[in-house]
Design a protein around this ligand. Structure first.
Ligand code: R2B
Ligand code: URA
Length: 282
């Protein structure tokens, strides 16, 4: 694949200005970006970028978020943990791209999650992202009111990702299902192994069974703001997560670091393979 050309341009107010958290340190022309791949951590962002090129351009100072440009058509960003963190990143990446007149791009999250009735290593491609009340909407207190922002994930993208997963890994690795986007890792995900917990063991087990009955196959922490942002921005989005633990069996992951990394590589492989295929079609 051709190396990315480093074209010096000057996006006027963006360095240390409007993009307060992205903190762009290296200007680059982003007019050809078509895919934005999101993941939680800096190291995963680098692992994703490495699937495109050996030497991706790092656009930020990397203190809060990593933003890499490994191909003229692809950006890779790390979003940290949770709703507030990913929401802030989405606003700033969108502002950055629209400054290059890129208003239509595809958002793809490559993440980890707790599976529900799914063993570690299984992939879940999200149908609907739902909140802890099973609503397909992000609740937010705005101007003294509780607002609901509905989410939308693209059905065609989901089908394409499921079919790519079938080709890469066989038919028993990836499933489609609803994803619960929890506000916290411990209490909101019914864990008993935080510093504090809510409810009894039975109540927590029963809630996870209710999730399963209602079509929720996994729990993570960013799918809903991504779906809600995609709907507002009118862009297609998909969320792919790899299960690190089956929440019907354990609270937190029990496998060793090496095995967990292997699971995450599978989600990275699926999404980067898909994006590279789409880019090469053009
Ligand atoms: C999955 O993993 C992180 C928490 O460990 C969080 O970002 C998420 O959605
Ligand atoms: N990330 C989550 O948010 N939950 C899990 O159980 C695992 C990873």
């Amino acid at each position: 694949m051709a190396p990315v050309e480093h074209v010096p341009i000057s996006p006027p107010s963006f360095i240390g200005g409007d993009l307060f958290h992205l903190r762009l340190s290296s200007p680059k022309n982003l007019a050809d970006v078509k895919y934005v791949l999101l993941c939680g951590t800096r190291s995963r962002a680098h692992a994703i970028a490495a699937q495109f090129t050996v030497n991706p351009i790092d656009l930020t100072d990397g203190d809060r978020y990593t933003l890499l440009c490994p191909h003229p058509a692809a950006l890779v960003a790390s979003h940290g943990i949770g709703v507030g963190s990913v929401d802030t990143l989405l606003h700033e990446v969108h502002k950055l791209l629209t400054s290059f007149e890129v208003t239509h791009y595809t958002l793809l999250r490559v993440g980890t999650c707790g599976g529900i009735g799914l063993s570690p290593g299984r992939l879940i491609v999200t149908r609907n992202a739902v909140n802890g009340l099973f609503e397909p909407a992000q609740r937010m207190c705005v101007l003294g009111h509780m607002r609901k922002f509905e989410g939308h994930l693209d059905a065609t993208l989901r089908e394409q990702l499921l079919s790519t997963a079938g080709r890469l890994f066989g038919n028993d690795v990836a499933v489609e299902g609803d994803t619960m986007c929890a506000e916290t890792f411990y209490v909101a995900q019914c864990r008993a192994d935080g510093a504090f917990a809510e409810g009894t063991d039975k109540e927590r087990r029963d809630f996870l069974q209710t999730c399963l009955k209602r079509g929720v196959r996994n729990i993570e922490m960013e799918s809903l703001p991504i779906a809600a942002f995609a709907k507002r921005a009118r862009i297609p989005a998909a969320v792919v997560s790899v299960a690190l633990v089956d929440r019907l069996v354990h609270n937190s992951p029990t496998e060793d670091e090496y095995v967990l990394r292997k699971h995450q590589d599978r989600a990275v492989r699926l999404v980067t393979h898909f994006v590279k295929e789409q880019i090469n079609k053009v």
